[in-house]
Design a protein around this ligand. Structure first.
Ligand code: MRU
Length: 345
């Protein structure tokens, strides 16, 4: 049984994050005791992955309440701090979901220890629900697998991206526990290398065999019959089942379809966005040219060039075998998502 990864921990005075910018070279922790530090941590990917961003923001609301003077101006000051958290990254819907829930908890309160306590209790509840959802998704996903399976994943949809167990990696951990996993192929995930730096780090920690490959090798690997199924996470799932996830997910789904390999998305129901009809309506974060111009300390492209650096792409529902949530397996369609199986306990 895999121990949850200490992605984040409430210390009583703030939120302690395992600084994912430093992995795998060093395991360092970042203490966030004000909302500005936490917002910067989210923006710069010290904490990242849709569920983890949402949970960090839920704890951020507690920090916001602790650092805003109670009284008449509390609601406005608290609201501005939550707006700052909401402005960090646009694509993962979990961020907005968690902030909405915390705004509801605070209501018209004038601040003080009571509302801070309620916000903290709610953040802990969301954290525990995410852990439980991971366990369920892991079991539902592993039920789809045969002994000796070889799986491919993209980016990091692991413990680091959640409260500690992951979504796509929860399936992989469960398959390893059941003794049916032969190999995990991890796309390195250009440009920020979440696959090489984070997924491989997690899996090595857990003693699970992992092979890192450049993103550009995935189609060839699939075509050669080296992969039995692809499992990825999601940042936002539109009402019709279109899925926004890390850039490079869409070409992976195309390659899997061409090779006849099933392509699964694993995400908790907190990643569903029923208010966005299809993938076209999902706002895709554009990141800086700096992430493409240099590799380590070395310039790898002329500064005169233009750069296109979207953080996410959209995979149409047609390419997705099933979306595995903690409740059931879903399939997309023109008419919306529908359940194809019900969850086991
Ligand atoms: O830019 P990131 O690292 O936050 O992107 C993360 C992803 O795309 C993950 O696949 C997604 O958030 C799902 S995490 C369970």
């Amino acid at each position: 049984v895999i121990d949850p990864i200490p992605t984040m921990e409430w210390t009583g005075r703030g939120l302690r994050l395992l600084d994912q910018r430093r992995l795998p070279e060093s395991e360092e922790y970042l203490d966030c005791r004000d909302v500005e530090t936490l917002a910067d941590a989210i923006r710069t990917l010290a904490v990242r992955g849709a569920p983890a961003i949402g949970l960090a923001a839920a704890y951020g609301a507690v920090i916001a309440a602790m650092t805003t003077d109670p009284g008449e101006g509390f609601a406005a000051g608290f609201g501005r701090k939550l707006d700052l958290l909401a402005s960090t990254r646009p694509t993962a819907v979990n961020l907005f979901h968690c902030l909405r829930l915390q705004r509801e908890v605070a209501g018209e309160s004038a601040g003080g220890p009571e509302v801070t306590g309620l916000l903290l209790r709610n953040a802990h509840r969301l954290f525990e629900e995410d852990l439980e959802a991971s366990r369920r998704m892991g079991r539902l996903g592993a039920d789809l697998l045969e002994p000796g399976c070889r799986l491919l994943t993209h980016c990091n949809a692991g413990g680091l991206a959640t409260s500690g167990l992951g979504t796509a990696l929860a399936v992989i951990y469960e398959a390893a526990d059941r003794g049916i996993l032969e190999m995990v192929y991890a796309d390195e995930t250009r440009p920020l290398l979440q696959g090489a730096r984070l997924t491989a780090w997690e899996l090595c920690h857990a003693g699970i065999p992992v092979t890192v490959e450049p993103d550009s090798a995935a189609a060839a690997l699939l075509a050669q019959g080296m992969v039995d199924a692809v499992f990825v996470g999601a940042d936002r799932i539109a009402a019709n089942g279109d899925v926004a996830n890390k850039i490079g997910t869409y070409p992976l789904a195309l390659a899997a379809r061409e090779a006849g390999v099933p392509f699964y998305v694993v995400a908790p129901t907190t990643t569903l966005d029923p208010d966005t009809p299809s993938g076209e309506g999902i706002g895709i974060e554009q990141r800086s040219a700096g992430e493409l111009e240099v590799f380590g300390r070395r310039r790898i492209a002329p500064a005169e060039a233009s750069f296109y650096n979207p953080a996410f792409d959209v995979t149409p529902w047609r390419l997705i075998e099933a979306i595995i949530t903690e409740k059931s397996l879903l399939k997309g369609s023109e008419e919306g998502l529908f359940s194809v199986d019900s969850a086991t306990d």
